[in-house]
Ligand binder design. Structure first.
Ligand SMILES: Cc1cc2nc3c(=O)[nH]c(=O)nc-3n(C[C@H](O)[C@H](O)[C@H](O)COP(=O)(O)OP(=O)(O)OC[C@H]3O[C@@H](n4cnc5c(N)ncnc54)[C@H](O)[C@@H]3O)c2cc1C
Length: 383
């Protein structure tokens, strides 16, 4: 049977997140967007409520929630601010490679470190490089094996929370003569040789920190190899296949906020003697926003459900991410249009939604790349 009702626990979780967002995130979102900084006190409170590492199993100090619950948290947090939510949710994404490919010793050490520390600890996922974005196999960061350790050299770019992180999951080439099969993943604690480079001055999600990282002779013990040598591409891609539902859910949070703000405004604003909501062209916009958001939410929940069933949703998570990212951008564009000139002003929240929305078509694999994945998966089904 297919059911769409959330459990009592899931509804309680949604309510808890909504209350946190209303009291802690919405009041400071515009200020930290302007500053281009993460409000650390808000991040600490989210950590204390168990919202940061929700998907980490309880035995390693996490909340042990499923992907479905993590998606509900993601949608709720992004409703308040996509920038703050991006930083807070990144731990859930970066912990996935350790959860699925880590040895028990690695999980015991690093998952417990991020979950059980009283003070919030960040973990970053460092894949992208100046010359390797969508084409992950083109990375040039190298990990050379010397006796019982690896020495990492290279440059990563656009790394979320890179300046705040205590731990990095880093993708590097252990055999530069090979493309995909020459890559390995490493757990790299912050330390000597890791230099934080320029911080991006971004159009949107400004409260999340996005930085360049330079690795200069960073020594990592052999036991910090994640998975096997040469398995790095699979580690990264499988982690992204599992976490993409989360990226979709963040896009949904913004899209829903755009719809709610637009509906409220359309009911209040009077032109030509009646509220905007009674104009059919405005109704069409609102109806289409709601159709796309609901369609994206169903795809997102299906992908999350598959992860919780132990499946690897490649096609389904790409469909969800692309649909939700596109829905968020369209909803934000239409929200500004419904607000008219006021939508263009920073005095109203939709201006920020418009700037923030665009990232959902770019990070976690661009929406063009999602379409390539979808087509490749469809082609596999042709007999
Ligand atoms: C705010 C922010 C946070 C980020 N956080 C992280 C992070 O924490 N860790 C991390 O590793 N990375 C992170 N990234 C990087 C992000 O994942 C990359 O920006 C993204 O994968 C695209 O890579 P690129 O920017 O190099 O674009 P490119 O790969 O150069 O692509 C440019 C354009 O060409 C299109 N394109 C590329 N190849 C094809 C193709 N074969 N067919 C059709 N179109 C194509 C793309 O879709 C895109 O529109 C972040 C980026 C941003 C902006």
């Amino acid at each position: 049977m297919i059911g769409f009702d959330l459990s009592e626990e899931q509804v309680a979780l949604q309510d808890m997140v909504a209350k946190f967002v209303k009291n802690e995130i919405i009041p400071v979102a515009a200020e930290y967007d302007k500053l281009g900084m993460l409000p650390m006190d808000v991040a600490q409170k989210a950590h204390e409520l168990g919202l940061i590492n929700a998907g980490v199993p309880e035995e390693y100090g996490g909340a042990g929630m499923g992907m479905m619950e993590s998606c509900l948290i993601a949608e709720g947090l992004t409703y308040g601010c996509a920038g703050i939510a991006t930083s807070l949710l990144l731990n859930s994404i970066a912990a996935i490679p350790i959860m699925f490919f880590g040895t028990s010793e690695q999980k015991e050490k690093y998952l417990k470190l991020i979950c059980e520390s009283e003070e919030i600890k960040f973990i970053s996922f460092a894949v992208t490089e100046p010359g390797a974005g969508s084409d992950v196999a083109a990375i040039t960061t190298k990990a050379d094996k010397k006796n019982s350790e690896y020495i990492i050299n290279g440059r990563k770019t656009f790394i979320t929370n890179g300046d705040l992180a205590s731990i990095y999951v880093v993708l590097a080439k252990t055999d530069p003569s090979k493309a995909h099969k020459g890559m390995s993943a490493f757990i790299v604690p912050r330390g000597e040789g890791i230099i934080v480079g320029k911080k991006e001055d971004k159009m949107g999600i400004r409260a999340s920190h996005t930085v360049e990282l330079i690795f200069e002779d960073v020594r990592v013990p052999e036991k910090n190899l994640l998975g096997k040598e040469g398995q790095g591409f699979a580690v990264a891609m499988e982690a992204l296949d599992r976490s993409r539902a989360l990226a979709a859910a963040t896009a949904l949070g913004l899209a829903q906020r755009a719809l709610d703000e637009s509906l409220k405004y359309a009911c209040q604003r009077v032109q030509f003697g009646k509220p905007l909501i009674s104009q059919q062209l405005i109704q069409k916009k609102l109806a289409e926003m709601s159709m796309e958001i609901d369609a994206a939410r169903l795809l997102t929940w299906r992908a999350a459900w598959m992860v919780d069933q132990g499946k690897l949703p490649i096609l389904e998570s790409s469909q969800a991410k692309a649909m939700a990212g596109d829905a968020a951008v369209r909803a934000a564009v239409e929200a500004v249009q419904i607000f008219g000139g006021y939508g263009y002003s920073k005095e109203y929240p939709v201006e920020k939604l418009y700037r923030d929305a665009k990232i959902f078509q770019i990070y976690e694999g661009t929406n063009e790349i999602q379409r390539l994945v979808i087509a490749a998966e469809l082609a596999k089904k042709v007999k």
